[in-house]
Design a protein around this ligand. Sequence first.
Ligand code: IPD
Ligand code: CA
Ligand code: CA
Length: 267
Amino acid sequence: MEINKDIIQGARIRLDRIHGLVEELGQYQLIEQQKDDLGIDTKSSKMDLVTRVDKESERVISTWIMENYPGDGILGEEGTKHNPEAYYQWVVDPVDGTNNYAQRFPIFGISVGIKYKKVGVGGIVHIPALKEWFVGVKGEGATLNGKPIRVGDKTELIHSLACTGFPYDKGTNPRNNLREISAMVPKVRGMRRTGCAAFDLCCVACGRFDIFWEMTLKEWDIAAACVILEEAGAVWKIYQEEREISIVAGNSTLVQKLMPILTDSTL
Ligand code: IPD
Ligand code: CA
Ligand code: CA
């Protein structure tokens, strides 16, 4: 499918227009996070949380999209599914890193991706506590707070800072990333887990992390960040078809080195 300049311009305008709302929501999330009662509930497991702010943030974003782009579609983590046949689709994670949010740990963010006929054409990941804005528009590059970003250029795992995450069913499903992390820890310089996959992927895009992998991610975790990665010269690949979205990201050399480890059936 050819993504022409009008489609790209449509994505850029949409991201520019929603920027102010995302900024306001980020401030709201920081203020609400200091309150005594965060309205915490569980979803798929006792490890998978949702707060009042997740639901309210998604309501605010989807209301804005429906008012401003009534013909567009929306897929939101907290249940919004609107116009699934529309060409432009907004893919929204209103709070990525809810476990962090609920613990008052500051690494959480808002992720808004835009797809056109299923192709990622734009994305914003905003981390309010860090005042960081990662933005990518297809063919126009990726930025962090307005400055161009680039994936790291390391070529050896042993020089790399790696990052990963664990699925919410890690207590019951044996495919829970423990074997992969055991294989990786001895091979890399350092290993991190931030608890906010959109941020992790953006940290790969700007060279803070050299590689990242995680299984069981969802569309809303990766939609915005994948455009940012591509525009920063990084590659991302799906390393297995099971366990929902299993993604690995980094520069092409490191991704090539990581793939056989993640897909090693003897693990
Ligand atoms: C989660 C975070 C976390 C990742 C989980 C995601 P949520 O998103 O991105 O880092 O390990 O797999 O589901 O639930 O906080 O939006
Ligand atoms: Ca998420
Ligand atoms: Ca979320």
